[in-house]
Design a protein around this ligand. Structure first.
Ligand code: DAK
Length: 259
């Protein structure tokens, strides 16, 4: 019997909505789910014609309540290492996706679930959103990049507070700290994310991709972000998008980019 997929992909109006689909386990990330997400972001995404991706969880209680604790306590060191490699590749694929990725977070995003959200380009929460890294409660540390990505968003002191106390951050605090881009009513995170992606989708695709690349360069120790910006700027000035964008300004009309 074929194994049932643990996430579903629905495309509408050039936006892909990816839904983690283990509601009974609060969408906890088991090996299969990490594997499927990895396959999607590393292999399948490039075969779609789309302007944005939304990652969300099924049900109204959780984006994802972390790694599947029941499964990972049964895994040996070799399996853990293999999962670790897969998980890190997945997070880098999300973070470096040329297409914007937004996490639409209803309810809990904890541990590995929070780490996926941190790898996304933006995070939209609801009043019921709760974020946290409770790993120290289990005698481990975050393993999918939160030790590195969380300080990029909230700085060292707040990152240490989140990871050392394991306490959950509510939506208004997450908004104040810059963890969430916007807080909306429960049930509205996907529609809000769609609106943002439609707006981004009306811009020049190459410029959008370059913004993602060059901002990522700031956090890449092997890159000089300023040099990357200079190179990207030069390349963009030779594109049809640049011609159309500037022509539209002169003609006092909306730019129509051929994306
Ligand atoms: N894993 C497995 N099952 C989970 C789960 C999880 N993380 N979270 C919830 N569930 C299951 C519960 O066991 C329960 O199942 P049944 O008893 O109904 O069968 C069902 O989901 C509903 O949960 P609750 O009954 O607990 O619901 P409550 O509303 O009372 O509480 C909660 C919600 C989110 C506060 C609570 O469920 C909770 O504390 N969940 C665990 C949160 C957590 O500690 N998450 C794990 C963090 S550690 C790795 C890299 C990264 C990681 C691992 C490995 N490598 C590099 C290899 C990541 C680690 C983590 O994420």
């Amino acid at each position: 019997m074929a194994t049932q997929k643990l996430f579903e992909v629905i495309q509408s109006d050039s936006i892909l909505v990816l839904t983690l689909n283990r509601p009974k386990a609060l969408n906890a990330l088991n090996k299969q789910l990490i594997g499927e997400l990895h396959h999607f972001f590393v292999k399948e995404l490039k075969t779609y014609s789309c302007k944005g991706v939304i990652l969300t969880g099924s049900g109204d209680r959780a984006f994802a309540a972390g790694a599947d604790i029941k499964e990972f306590r049964t895994m040996d060191a070799r399996e853990m290492e293999a999962l670790s490699a897969l998980g890190h590749e997945l997070m880098f694929a999300i973070e470096n996706s040329p297409i914007p990725v937004i996490a639409a977070i209803e309810g809990y995003a904890l541990g590995g679930g929070f780490e996926i959200a941190l790898a996304c380009h933006m995070r939209i929460g609801s009043e019921k959103t709760r974020l946290g890294n409770p790993e120290v409660n289990l005698g481990i540390i975050p393993g999918y990049g939160a030790t590195q990505r969380l300080p990029q968003l909230v700085g060292k002191g707040r990152s240490l507070e989140i990871m050392l106390t394991a306490r959950m951050i509510n939506a208004s605090e997450a908004m104040d700290w810059g963890l969430l881009n916007k807080v909306v009513a429960p049930g509205k995170t996907v529609s809000e994310s769609k609106e943002i992606l439609q707006l981004i989708g009306s811009k020049g695709t190459t410029a959008v991709t370059k913004v993602i690349d060059v901002v990522a360069a700031y956090y890449n120790k092997n890159c000089n972000g300023f040099q990357e910006e200079i190179k990207a700027f030069g390349k963009l000035s030779a594109t049809d998008e640049f011609k159309e964008g500037t022509q539209a300004f002169i003609e006092n009309r909306e730019a129509k980019f051929k994306n």
